[in-house]
Write a protein that binds this ligand. Structure first.
Ligand code: CA
Length: 532
């Protein structure tokens, strides 16, 4: 620090004071940063949620704070807020859909009439599967009553094609104390076809008699198969039902879920998200082994970029799977398995693929990771052990893997040696980041370091919660001095890793951009911004 101070005696404001004449506000750490507007906060909430809270706020306080920002956005321009919620949700940009469902329920309750209508119309776009709808029911009941508009919107959801609806009902039976029966009784959808009539009555009352022959109507055959599975008395029968009627795992009685043969049958039609979630189980029951057809099939599917994207598999889901799978035991250590190296490698590759295609910009990048104490609290997307600072390392690898010229820096109140490279496997990078020492926060350090060493940089990227307070110069002042000293119009991208209200980026400087960590659209937004 002493060396930096010698070089920077003028035009500097300590971070514990606001830059004179700026719109900076106090952050939670005793420093000053810019407040982000409610639209950025809406984005941060949609992508990052508030699970696990943060270093400065409990989960509850962070949720209240975010919900208030979402409400302000809804009140300022409800249809715009709904459009944003649907866009982020539908494109699979967030690790979890819950924040979008929660925000949609808020819009459906507290918006003006046009906003509520927009929210009802967006319902099938945000609540694409049965679980989402049941979650929505749980949220919305906390905000409003079951008026006519809401019941109509729910009824419309149940008018989707019968075969699809049957699958949803089998796969997602009940969540959070809500079942399809409850919703049908509330919404009273009018059956548009005899198949819908049969499905509704099965959801509400069940079927009394289930014969030996498959149901004559293909749209209802899955329901028949599930009813048969409940009464099955042998593994062979279950395997046949899965193979012939595409019965999902959720419809297989628990006692058969320890059998490799059952999982082999399930694997033939397993959706991508379920495949990623069940790798450990499939290894534990002996289906996935260092060699074998099932392993080859799983590796091929994980390598199928088109399928990954079509299934909206979020990189965090891949990362969570990799982290757990590679360690060979569950979080509580009860279940154990021998990780198959080919599967670990396939997950590692799938992480990069799931961000989509990013074209290299050819610019010179400096990636600065805030590894200070405050970045070690909270869980990104509720993944155990995935703190904002560990998640930053994974996020930075995306840019590092795309761009030729990039430098990694770790910092807290001083620079921290960061021994990571994009050639390392992700789970090793996570471990290395987790083990780093930490301290106070000075987000100006990456710019100061580059100035002092005359390192040529086009784009500084700082992964942080913007709770900077330690340094004797603000990050933007350090950036401006860098631009002046090196004659490079360097840009600054701030990756918000926590859904709080702050940014170190000056909103009035066109050379600075705020993006949200783990938004799958972030790498392309960053590349576009870098290109200008
Ligand atoms: Ca900090």
């Amino acid at each position: 620090m002493k060396n930096y101070l010698k070089a920077f005696k003028t035009r500097q404001t300590p971070q514990w004071e606001p830059i004179p004449g700026s719109s900076q506000v106090p952050n939670s750490a005793g420093g000053y940063a810019w407040p982000v507007d409610d639209w950025v906060r809406l984005d941060r909430f949609l992508v990052l949620g508030s699970e696990g809270g943060s270093y400065y706020a409990t989960e509850r306080a962070l949720t209240v704070d975010n919900a208030q920002a979402v409400l302000r956005a809804i009140q300022a321009d409800g249809p715009r807020a709904v459009a944003r919620i649907a866009e982020v949700s539908e494109a699979g940009r967030a690790p979890k859909n819950d924040p979008a469902i929660f925000a949609l329920a808020l819009a459906a309750s507290h918006g003006d009439p046009a906003t509520r209508q927009a929210a009802f119309e967006a319902l099938p776009r945000v609540c694409r599967i049965g679980t989402h709808l049941l979650h929505f029911a749980g949220y919305v009941e906390g905000f409003r009553g079951w008026g006519r508009g809401l019941r109509k919107a729910i009824a419309a959801w149940y008018a989707q094609p019968a075969e699809r609806l049957a699958y949803q009902a089998v796969k997602y039976q009940a969540r959070d104390g809500w079942s399809h029966r409850d919703l049908l009784r509330l919404a009273h959808p009018k059956a548009s076809t005899p198949q819908h009539q049969d499905l509704y009555s099965w959801m509400v009352r069940g079927w009394e008699w289930v014969g030996d022959e498959p149901h004559p109507d293909p749209a209802l055959r899955l329901i028949w198969a599930w009813e048969r599975a409940k009464r099955a008395s042998s593994r062979q029968e279950i395997v046949r039902l899965i193979r012939e009627h595409r019965l999902p795992r959720e419809a297989v009685p628990t006692e058969y879920l320890a059998e490799a043969e059952v999982w082999e049958a399930l694997l033939q039609d397993m959706p991508m998200a379920a495949l990623i979630r069940n790798l450990a189980t499939m290894t534990r029951v002996g289906l996935l082994a260092p060699s074998g057809e099932a392993t080859a099939r799983v590796v091929a599917q994980l390598g199928d970029a088109q399928r990954l994207r079509a299934a909206r598999v979020h990189p965090i889901a891949v990362l969570a799977a990799l982290k757990t799978y590679a360690q060979g035991h569950g979080e509580r250590g009860k279940q154990k398995w021998e990780p198959v190296p080919a599967v670990v490698d396939a997950l590692d590759a799938a992480f990069y693929t799931s961000f989509g295609n990013v074209e290299p910009t050819g610019k010179r990048w400096l990636l600065g990771l805030d590894v200070s104490g405050s970045m070690t609290c909270g869980q990104v997307a509720g993944v155990p052990g995935l703190t904002p600072r560990v998640a930053s390392a994974a996020m930075a690898l995306i840019t590092a893997a795309t761009e030729q010229e990039r430098t990694f820096l770790g910092f807290c109140h001083e620079l921290v040696p960061l021994a990571i490279s994009p050639r390392q496997r992700l789970d090793d990078v996570l471990k290395a980041t987790d083990g780093l020492p930490f301290g106070g926060t000075d987000c100006a350090l990456p710019m100061l370091w580059a100035t002092q060493r005359k390192v040529e940089v086009d784009v500084f990227v700082v992964y942080t919660d913007s709770e900077t307070w330690f340094g004797k110069v603000h990050p933007v002042q350090a950036l401006r001095q860098y631009r002046q000293r090196l004659g490079i119009p360097a840009k600054l991208i701030v990756i918000g890793m926590v859904s709080n209200a702050f940014s170190i980026a000056d909103p009035d400087d066109a050379g600075m951009l705020d993006v949200v960590g783990f938004d799958t659209a972030a790498p392309n937004l960053m590349a576009d911004f870098a290109r200008g």
